[in-house]
Design a protein around this ligand. Structure first.
Ligand code: NAD
Length: 251
């Protein structure tokens, strides 16, 4: 399998998109390092299924990222995927939520990257992939921290791509539209409150209204592109930001 012998760290991989990426990389032979929160029994099942290691680190703290990278050892494929959301008008946006979202969705990717790059450079091969978002390219109201962090990770990715271009390392973003995962499901109550809508109205008039296909993206579709970016055929795909959003950002 083409990822035999490669060690892949996927942050936030106990759920949703990260878990789908971890599964897809393990299926191609990668030695996967899982990270993220969850119930111990469920994580043990995932570890067995993927023959993976799990490192329980809170990536909102620099120390948490440093512990994760120290325990993970040399990483060939780094997928910066962990993220969270909070939906609120800017004047009510809790400052601690802003700090946590910027720390997790943006700063943790800087810290993992700075710590992963030396090994990648030494061996002359590496892949850095960010699960960004349609919100790395466009905005929605009430998501100030998330949109700022996602625009930030798109910028960080371009800088990594340029700096590492001659080292055999590529850096790219994947930008999904709405994917049906706990992150989306959990923002429905706050969106109902912020916009004074019912659950059905949020689903159809806010979420799927953005996506011309009127379908949620599947986590496996994001995972398939992440795996492709690890192939040799993708060695010249560098600094790209791939939309998987049913046409949302084409408008
Ligand atoms: P999810 O809630 O299903 O998964 C999030 C993962 O991050 C989980 O494994 C969780 O345990 C982990 N996590 C949360 N806080 C953490 C912390 N402090 N430290 C370490 N890990 C932590 O969400 P998802 O929808 O799969 O989102 C994954 C990524 O995809 C995020 O960056 C998100 O912004 C992005 N994304 C999601 C969508 C969507 O519609 N679901 C769309 C575009 C981008």
């Amino acid at each position: 399998m083409f990822l035999d012998g490669k060690r892949a760290l996927v942050t936030g991989s106990t759920s949703g998109i990260g878990l789908a990426i971890a599964r897809a990389m393990a299926a191609e032979g990668a030695d996967v390092v899982l990270n993220g929160f969850g119930e111990a029994g469920e994580i043990a099942v995932l570890r067995d299924e993927l023959k993976a290691t799990h490192i329980n680190a809170d990536l909102t703290a620099t120390k948490g990222v440093e512990d994760l990278m120290g325990q993970a050892g040399p990483i060939d494929i780094l997928v910066n995927n962990a993220g969270m959301q909070h939906v609120s008008p800017v004047e009510d946006f809790p400052p601690e939520k802003w700090d946590a979202i910027i720390a997790l969705n943006l700063s943790s990717a800087f810290h993992t990257s700075r710590l992963a790059v030396p090994h990648m450079k030494t061996q002359g091969w590496g892949r850095i992939i960010a699960t960004a978002s349609a919100h790395s390219l466009t905005a929605s109201p009430f998501k100030s921290a998330y949109v700022a962090a996602k625009h930030g990770i798109a910028g960080l990715t371009k800088v990594l791509a340029l700096e590492l271009a001659t080292s055999g390392i590529t850096a790219n973003c994947i930008s999904p539209g709405y994917v049906w995962t706990p992150l989306v499901e959990n923002q429905i109550p706050d969106t109902m409150k912020s916009r004074d809508l019912t659950r059905e109205q949020v689903m159809n008039d806010v979420l799927l209204a953005k996506q011309p296909t009127k379908k949620f993206v599947q986590p496996e579709e994001v995972a398939a592109l992440a795996v492709f970016l690890c192939r040799d055929e993708a060695q010249n795909i560098n600094g790209a930001n791939y939309s998987i959003d049913g046409g949302w950002t084409a408008e």
